[in-house]
Design a protein. Structure first.
Length: 450
């Protein structure tokens, strides 16, 4: 059943959870660096900050590569994510079938891709509380829908949806709760193998549709040797994968924007600068603490290393000596995350409801590790920006989805900002959407940003 958790009991529970979570936070001026930045779920707490640099990377195979998938446990009524002091957390909706990408339409309606049911649902929060969410299925019969985008950005008349093998669009007018016509296929995408998620974003001028396409393999294993003339491009079964593609809005003029990005699961445009950003899952199999996942600005024509290099000119030992000509061409990413965190969704906060120091920062959802002996991820972090540029520091914002060393009750996937300035977090493990709102007062002012 879908509902807005505005009932008094849930509001109280959410506020209490936020207060409890705040008690574990470190001071805002404390930044964990070097080996101290490599913790696990037990060291997570709202306000903990980390800075990982390329100089901090251990050598390949410093530890064995672990297979340590989490076990999904049922969420108890007392299980509520923990946010910083001054924030409350409640349920916007539950009972969803593998909710993945969430987007807020210009009119405030919330679109969510229920990947497990092959549909896109609309929720209409009333904001006042006390009544169930008004919801409806906008489109169905889709294969694992993921990315959602509105076109044009203001006053859209199309809703675009990405599946593993295509981009389709539905006719739409402000306030529609159901598509007024059938899907129109506008672009075919490479599919099969690993990394089925395809995210979407339009350029600020609405002239370009960006589509992220993850690699078919983990580390290009089992593929034929690549000719040196292909400067960082994908090839063989990886052709047009591990990259970001660009199209005209009607699906024409397909081109490769940037390459060597193993799995850009989250795609967004930074409003302040117009820069395109990716949240990227790096490769597995090199050890517990290698290589870092990352978020980065995506530069037209840039090459980010996969599969031959990672985090700049660090050569992948599985491809030793194969492409020395590419070492100087690798673009280093902007913000490094603890390896195997599995970042998926990313969004920038431009609302006015949070304290002023949040404006312009980004939020990233970590789906959580399976390839690390000590569990990490399973949280939402905040990327600290300064004058629109990344500082490299990220801060734990929403934690508490891990039950114990073996089990988790939730797995964050995507983040979005509502029209009234709240932060939404999809949780595909719990089939829910969480909402984080600022409820603080002058007694709990925002902490100063470094």
């Amino acid at each position: 059943m879908l509902f807005l958790a505005e009932k008094r009991g849930m509001r109280v529970l959410g506020v209490l959870a936020a207060i409890i979570g705040a008690g574990a936070a470190l001071a805002a001026d404390t930044v964990q660096t070097g080996t101290a930045a490599y913790g696990d779920w037990r060291t997570d707490a709202p306000g903990v900050r980390r800075l990982i640099t390329s100089a901090d990377l251990p050598p390949p195979f410093a530890t064995l590569s672990a297979a340590n998938p989490s076990r999904l446990a049922a969420r108890k009524p007392s299980d509520v994510p923990k946010a910083p002091e001054g924030f409350s957390v409640d349920l916007l909706a539950e009972g969803l079938a593998v909710p993945r990408v969430v987007r807020t339409a210009p009119n405030g309606d919330v679109f969510v891709a229920e990947s497990g049911a092959g549909r896109v649902r609309i929720l209409r929060p009333d904001g006042a509380g006390g009544t169930p969410a008004q919801g409806a299925v906008f489109a169905e019969g889709l294969e694992q829908p993921f990315g959602i985008a509105f076109y044009p950005s203001d006053g859209p008349h199309w809703v675009y949806v990405a599946t593993p093998g295509s981009v389709v669009r539905y006719p739409y007018r402000d306030g529609d709760m159901k598509a007024s016509g059938p899907a129109e296929a506008i672009a075919e995408l490479p599919s099969g193998g690993s990394h089925w998620t395809r995210d979407l974003a339009f350029s600020p001028d609405d002239r370009t549709l960006f589509v992220s396409v993850g690699s078919r393999t983990n580390d290009a294993e089992g593929l034929a040797a690549v000719a040196a003339r292909l400067l960082g491009a994908s090839w063989d079964k990886e052709r047009d994968r591990a990259d970001v593609l660009a199209f005209d809005p009607d699906g024409s003029h397909r081109r490769v924007l940037a390459t060597g990005i193993r799995n850009c699961s989250g795609l967004t445009v930074q409003p302040a600068t117009g820069a395109l950003w990716c949240a990227v899952n790096e490769r597995d199999g090199l050890g517990d603490d290698l290589p870092p996942d990352y978020a980065t600005r995506v530069v037209d024509g840039a090459f980010y290393g996969w599969p031959w290099y990672y985090i700049g000119a660090h050569e992948d030992p599985h491809h030793k000596g194969e492409r020395p000509d590419l070492a100087a061409r690798v673009t280093s990413p902007d913000v490094l995350f603890q390896p195997h965190s599995a970042p998926l969704g990313i969004t920038f906060y431009e609302g006015d409801a949070f304290p002023p120091d949040y404006k312009g920062d980004a939020f990233v959802a970590f789906h959580g590790s399976w390839n690390r002996s000590k569990r990490t991820g399973y949280k939402v972090v905040r990327l600290l920006m300064k004058d629109g540029k990344p500082t490299g520091v990220y801060e734990d914002f929403l934690v508490g989805f891990v039950a114990n060393d073996e089990s988790v009750w939730g797995r964050p996937v995507d983040v979005a900002v509502t029209k009234d300035g709240a932060l939404l977090v999809t949780d595909d493990g719990g089939g829910a959407i969480w909402r984080v709102r600022w409820t603080g007062t002058a007694e709990h002012p925002p902490r100063a940003q470094n």
